[in-house]
Design a binder for this molecule. Sequence first.
Ligand code: AMP
Length: 114
Amino acid sequence: MENCLFCKIANGEIPSKKAYEDDTVLAFYDIEPQAPVHVLIVPKKHYTSVMDIESADQALLSHMIEIAQKLAKELGVSKDGFRLVINTGENGGQSVPQLHIHLLGGRKFGWPAG
Ligand code: AMP
């Protein structure tokens, strides 16, 4: 989608530090990391938020989770644990209106989230 920051990163218009890429998904390191490991997993197709996901897109969400598992292993956080986050809308703290999963690890997180 035009004027979408993460779509521009996904199509290479804006550079990023890539962690994983295939035909449907790009994962890259967050520019303002909140943990020693902080990667964003983003679909190449535009979805403003998780609320845009329909039944036909379920395979994409599963694929994004698979990539999170793979990266958690590769980045050494799968044993100690990690957090996957999908911020949604204003109250959810979403600042970039393109669906993305945060993979956060390498430190302990509190609950409830602030
Ligand atoms: P959210 O607040 O859930 O929408 O998350 C957006 C995330 O994108 C934040 O953690 C930002 O630090 C991150 N971010 C914003 N711009 C960039 C960028 N150009 N490259 C990498 N991460 C970014």
